[in-house]
Design a binder for this molecule. Structure first.
Ligand SMILES: Cc1cc2nc3c(=O)[nH]c(=O)nc-3n(C[C@H](O)[C@H](O)[C@H](O)COP(=O)(O)OP(=O)(O)OC[C@H]3O[C@@H](n4cnc5c(N)ncnc54)[C@H](O)[C@@H]3O)c2cc1C
Length: 459
């Protein structure tokens, strides 16, 4: 990128929103992977028209453009692997444009933080369920681009289930609309569906229309304590197919329970094989009572030793403490966490966890697991000493084997964090040559010059 390119781009947004100084390049060179890839320029566009002009210019001059929300991605999606422009949308394009109460939809700019929308709609009695653990800082543009999910996915689904329409700018600067505010829309290809989870490789999303629900009035949480990981995993899929749909069904294995207990001394059952933490919601107390008693019955049928119900908000917070603090606690097992978010059909969870245990023994690495078992999504964390090359090698070999097992069980490489850079080498493990060719043709149709987020997803 030349000095002339930089000056031309600065003309589009103004000098005060276009930077190539060291401080800005450093501030926008990383995401949650902690890898560093320096861009040549950071631009903060004010609106869709400026995004369009920037893309048109960069397409003509073959300059890479990397769209970016909050940079909380776990797979390097927002990293500038080939230099170029980081297009940072969180600074100016962060407005909730409309909450349409009659049609129960919200229209937002991509830089709106997830929790900002949750709070705004809850203030008027509505509900936006997708709740990634990064909800306090990740943006809705990033959530759509990664198809983010959270603990409530077991009942309510993930970001894709709420996207009704998008506006986006193509790499050549053309602006497109995809989808409508209507519940039904079967005219034409589902372009919004292609853009969801496209990780900034096809277009820059400039406006999102999201479905909203009514906020349920009541909820209750409970925890089941199990003697073994197998009994807990059996309880998950047998409960989920028993006629109740919990909002959340999260688990911690024994290593994760012990890590939280060692750090926080909360009186957790250190000898348990696993715990399941669940929540139900509804508008009638009878509805809540029915769901909780059904879950209790299923947990005990599958070998639970204990079932604890929360009878207040404080008690619920106590039950959820272990799950919410699992990720920072497991660092007691190693300085480097190689974490993946594989997902399998729920009935395969017992076999998946059994085989992860075998991988752990084979490579001599500790692998604490926790996660969103209600939707089959397991966070596997291969813990190694980051300064020890030999251990790192073993850790990566263990991950490859875990991916192979996941694919064999009919699962996917990623339930929520996407592919980005870190999982790109495994795409060919999960997809056939024909499928990869199709992905590459779609990329080419949107972005023939490969300027948008190049180097990602093995495209
Ligand atoms: C502590 C922690 C917990 C997390 N928990 C969860 C979780 O529970 N569930 C979950 O799903 N994820 C989780 N994540 C991962 C991450 O927060 C999500 O992937 C999130 O959706 C990323 O949003 P972001 O705004 O940070 O996007 P970025 O990291 O900035 O970008 C992510 C990708 O989206 C692209 N992108 C961003 N905005 C746009 C746009 N407007 N147009 C086109 N492309 C765009 C980028 O190019 C990049 O490829 C977690 C991350 C952290 C650090």
């Amino acid at each position: 990128m030349t000095t002339q390119n930089f000056e031309d781009l600065a003309q589009i947004v103004g000098k005060e929103d276009c930077f190539n100084d060291k401080a800005h390049l450093s501030a926008y060179c990383y995401d949650a992977t902690k890898e560093r890839k320096y861009p040549e320029c950071v631009i903060f566009p004010h609106n869709e028209e400026e995004v369009s002009k920037i893309l048109k210019y960069c397409n003509t001059h073959k300059i890479p453009v990397i769209p970016r929300g909050a940079g909380s991605g776990f797979t390097g999606g927002a990293l500038a692997v080939n230099g170029g422009v980081v297009l940072a949308l969180e600074k100016h394009m962060n407005q909730i444009l409309e909450i349409d109460m009659e049609n129960m939809v919200a229209r937002v700019q991509p830089g709106v933080v997830n929790m900002q929308l949750q709070k705004a709609v809850e203030a008027v009695g509505l509900f936006y369920p997708p709740d990634p653990a990064s909800e306090h800082y990740s943006t809705l543009g990033g959530n759509v681009s990664e198809n983010a999910g959270g603990m409530r996915a077991a009942k309510y689904g993930i970001t894709k289930d709420f996207v009704m329409a998008l506006r986006a700018v193509l790499p050549n600067g053309e602006i497109i609309r995809a989808g409508k505010k209507t519940i039904k829309d079967v005219a034409g290809y589902n372009i919004a569906g292609i853009l969801i989870a496209s990780e900034g490789t096809l277009a820059v999303i400039t406006e999102i229309t999201l479905k909203l629900l009514s906020k349920p009035k009541l909820s209750q949480s409970a925890m089941g304590i199990f003697p073994s990981i197998q009994s807990a995993m059996n309880a998950v899929y047998k409960t989920m197919s028993s006629g109740v749909t919990p909002v959340a069904m999260e688990f911690l294995d024994n290593l994760s329970i012990r890590a939280v207990e060692e750090k926080f001394k909360k009186g957790l059952p250190k000898d348990a094989g696993a715990i399941l933490i669940t929540e139900v919601d509804g508008n009638l107390q009878e509805e809540i009572d029915y769901q909780i008693s059904k879950i209790e019955e299923k947990f005990y049928e599958n070998g639970a030793n204990n079932f604890i119900k929360a009878n207040s908000k404080e008690e619920a917070q106590d039950l959820w403490f272990a799950r919410k603090n699992a990720s920072p606690s497991i660092t007691i097992y190693g300085s480097k966490k190689l974490n993946e978010d594989i997902t399998v059909p729920r009935s395969k969870l017992p076999e998946l966890l059994e085989r992860i245990n075998e991988v752990s023994k084979k490579y001599g690495v500790v692998i604490p697991c926790f996660g969103h078992t209600g939707d089959g999504n397991v966070h596997t964390n291969v813990m190694v000493d980051g300064s020890n090359e030999e251990e790192l090698k073993k850790g990566h070999a263990a991950i490859k084997e875990i991916f192979e097992i996941t694919v064999e069980l009919g699962g996917t490489l990623s339930g929520e964090h996407g592919i980005g850079l870190s999982k790109a080498p495994f795409m060919e493990l999960a997809f056939s040559k024909e499928e990869m060719d199709l992905f590459r043709s779609i990329k080419k149709a949107f972005d023939p010059n490969n300027i948008l987020n190049p180097g990602k997803m093995n495209l």
